[in-house]
Design a protein. Structure first.
Length: 227
């Protein structure tokens, strides 16, 4: 896999953290069991357990879609199939960048479609609340990793174009690690981080950078990018 793929996936997760704050803030609070201004002794084990579970689900999904993409490519032109999927991932990145920047809100319908899967998966997580240990947090993260999210969908489409199950899994691992700093900070300082990410300048910067990544990905799909 080109180095750009893993690095790009990492920064995609990192920049998309503004979106993660809104999507995952509630569950992070439930995992941390935190009162304002207080970090309990079990905070870091449960936070790390939850995020490890979430990233595990991302990697598993990456293996699945990467293998599926390789299978589809083997039935036709590998180059054409990978370029098509990469272009689709670029379109999603552009849309997410526009969404984060507040310039165009189009991801709601996409995430509602994923809600049909989530309604079947979500009850599995209820039995793991309240979180009593890192093991429970890990199980909750495994379930929450399937939360309908346009950012994750974009990364999965990118993983489908990676060329193999292994490369798809590695790309989703890089993406998941990119989301990690924001979610750990959210658990430790949820109120302050929430206020920070709601600032227009922050959302514009994150949206603009992700929009630029999407344009670059589209250029790569068209074969006109030097990266």
């Amino acid at each position: 896999m080109p180095e750009f793929g893993l690095i790009g996936a990492f920064f995609m997760g990192l920049l998309g953290g503004v979106h993660c704050v809104g999507m995952c803030g509630g569950i992070v609070g439930a995992v941390s069991l935190q009162r304002p201004g207080i970090v309990p002794p079990a905070f870091w084990p449960t936070q790390l357990g939850y995020n490890l579970g979430r990233i595990t689900s991302y990697v598993l999904a990456g293996f699945l879609v990467g293998g599926l993409g390789a299978l589809l490519a083997s039935a036709g032109s590998v180059y054409a199939a990978q370029r098509l999927l990469l272009g689709l991932a670029g379109v999603f990145m552009v849309l997410i960048g526009l969404h984060l920047g507040g310039w165009l809100h189009v991801l709601g319908p996409v995430e509602r479609l994923g809600g049909m899967l989530w309604r079947r998966v979500e009850p599995l997580g209820r039995g793991l609340l309240p979180v009593r240990s890192a093991r429970h947090a890990y199980g909750l993260g495994l379930v929450w990793g399937w939360l309908p999210c346009g950012l994750v969908y974009s990364a999965l489409i990118w993983a489908m174009s990676a060329g193999s199950a292994l490369q798809g899994g590695l790309l989703m691992l890089a993406f998941g690690l990119g989301t990690l700093p924001n979610l750990l900070l959210m658990g430790a300082a949820a109120a302050r981080l929430g206020q920070f990410t709601r600032r227009p300048a922050v959302r514009w910067a994150a949206g603009g950078l992700l929009l630029a990544m999407g344009v670059l990905t589209l250029a790569r799909a068209a074969g006109i990018s030097p990266v």
